[in-house]
Design a protein around this ligand. Structure first.
Ligand code: GLN
Length: 283
């Protein structure tokens, strides 16, 4: 079959399986199967696929029809202009999270050698994006998951910041308490924040992502409470905390910050106009 025909068939199959962006996903997966970029694929759409290429593509297509996210199938996702390696076991970086990176860069811009912590780092997307864009930042990227460690280290190496991004395995602040790593200029985190009773209603694609990266406990706020209550201990006076939040969590996270010695609390909206990031300064 020709590329054009394969794409048409794939689009239909994906649609029938309830995949939303069937046209785009068909192109991304076929480009991946043929090791071409998407544009090349589209300008060569009269080319014939070999039997092997067709078989390889059909495997990918079946995975996607089973709602495995495209990024898990291709093994990477673009984030803040960087190609980030991902796979099952780490959350796929979202465009909304770029607001947390932007704010992190803004607040550390005038610091010569900022020391930052990225809690619940997952793939390491935030830590690596901050390190790449602030040439002297040192980022301690921490996560309880071993798989997160593997991806964070891979991504740091891939973007040549492995000498400034350090993976620390452990449960939130515990390794920082044990290792005595001193105080920081910035705490940034995209913790799990989905309320437990909403976990069952997530779209099929998101259900393929690790529950540990999404489930924020009964009210979705477990991690904010644990992060914020100890943050003053780990932040220098005048240091910043930057947290991604769910669309309806700004008020309560603001109250938590206020109650724990934070000032100048501001809320940043995402592309869709939802509250997405909270930023504050330690008194
Ligand atoms: N933004 C993610 C989602 O909507 C949630 C990420 C998180 O819990 N940190 O699926």
């Amino acid at each position: 079959m020709k590329i054009r025909e394969v794409l048409k068939m794939a689009r239909r199959k994906l649609s029938e399986s309830g995949v939303e962006n069937s046209g785009l996903d068909a192109e991304l997966l076929l480009a991946h199967a043929l090791s071409l970029d998407r544009l090349r694929l589209l300008v060569n759409d009269e080319a014939q696929l070999s039997v092997e290429e067709t078989a390889c593509f059909e495997k990918l297509l079946d995975l996607r029809c089973g709602h495995v996210p495209v990024a898990y199938i291709t093994g990477h996702k673009e984030f803040f202009g960087l190609d980030i390696s991902v796979g099952p076991g780490v959350l796929i970086p979202r465009p909304e999270t770029e607001f947390a990176v932007e704010e992190s860069l803004r607040v550390t811009k005038n610091l010569k050698k900022p020391r930052a912590v990225d809690l619940c780092c997952g793939s390491g997307a935030i830590a690596v994006a901050v390190a790449v864009n602030h040439p002297n930042a040192i980022v301690f990227a921490s996560d309880i998951s071993e798989i997160a460690g593997k991806y964070t280290k891979d991504n740091a190496r891939k973007h040549h910041v492995e000498n400034r991004v350090f993976f620390i395995k452990g449960d939130l602040w515990r390794p920082f308490e044990e290792k005595n790593l001193g105080q920081f200029d910035l705490i940034v985190s995209n913790p799990p924040y989905i309320p437990e009773d909403e976990m069952g209603n997530l779209p099929e694609d998101i259900k393929k992502e690790p529950e540990i990266a999404l489930n924020g406990g009964m009210d979705g706020l477990d991690y904010y409470k644990r992060i914020i209550s100890k943050a003053p201990q780990f932040l220098k006076s005048g240091g910043h905390i930057i947290l991604e939040i769910g669309w309806n969590q700004a008020a309560v996270v603001r109250d938590l910050l206020k109650a724990n010695d934070f000032k100048e609390i501001k809320v940043i909206k995402d592309y869709a106009g939802y509250d997405r990031v909270v930023s504050a300064i330690r008194v």
